[in-house]
Design a binder for this molecule. Sequence first.
Ligand code: SF4
Length: 364
Amino acid sequence: MTHTSFDGANSARLAAMGRRILDGGQITRAEGRWLFDLDGSADIGDLMAWANRLRDHFKGNKIHLCSIVNIKAGGCSENCRFCAQSALYETESPRYGLVEDDALRAAAAEAKANGVVGLGLVAAWRGLEEGPLLDELCRQFKELRADGTLRADASLGIIRNPRVAQRLAEAGVECYNHNLESSRRFFGEVCTTHTYEERVATIRHLKDAGIGICSGGIIGMGEEREDRCELAFSLREIGAQVVPINILNPIPGTPFADRPSLAPLEILKTIAGFRFILPRQEIMVAGGRVVNLRDLQPLIFLAGASALMVGNYLTTVNQSVQKDLQMLKDLGLDPSWDKHGFSDQRETYCGSQVEPAGPVTSVV
Ligand code: SF4
């Protein structure tokens, strides 16, 4: 039997970073780049062990569940190259106009039955302006949250007018999803019909209106490791509270249909790297987990994830919610998340205030 010699330098460096974060500190960009460049199952295993410890310390064993409902599907004017809903690509994705109240009520009832906290209303269009459509959506948001059991979330594209964000806040929208998608450098490879800056400006309007920020991205689109790392730092700078990590599920007909899959260990390492950079945030694994991780899905929590998108995605089918809930139970995790208003992100365990995440303009 042969043994490889053990070099403990990487292990010691990871431990030093992990302890600093537990003490309320942060890691630098250079340290983040080093984390994302780790290779080999031993180092990635060490990284995941620390990410799991950080999740456990900052988030306990509570897992935050969200679901989405597509309120308007397909026919979108934008050219996001991963997306089956763009009108520019021929895909099998369904197309329909704004859904009726009955469909929304059914989605809300299903979300409540599954113990989901946030139900996001998602629309495939460029963005939202003032007018009858906004009036109608505000009415629907008010109805959704009327009995106080669901958080009404939204993902309605680019907002150029601050008044739109204020109207959504007045209607009770607590959290708005608007992904940065990737690094600023790589964004031009993903979409050319709108800019990264428009996305950052949208987030600024939402924050000014007091709406919580759900923002993350998609990995596996052909970006470099440094782009994934840069995305995590940008999300720290914009003050995202929920950070969805999607893994590209290549859809036939889209320009990214032939992108090679990321290796599961690379995906788990990315989740762990995000936990090091965003220790208090809800790191949510969303689309693409089933097809890319297969039987390794439970490891996302041991890599630091604290939230899960359950139910079907926008254009692809997920595994059943019952299977997800069983997975959490088997891991000793509790889906009855109760940190409303993201209270655990404002205070450390000893009750002192955390430094604000920094100005949104710093990533522009
Ligand atoms: S990701 Fe959103 S904005 Fe981009 S094409 Fe798809 S639906 Fe449109």
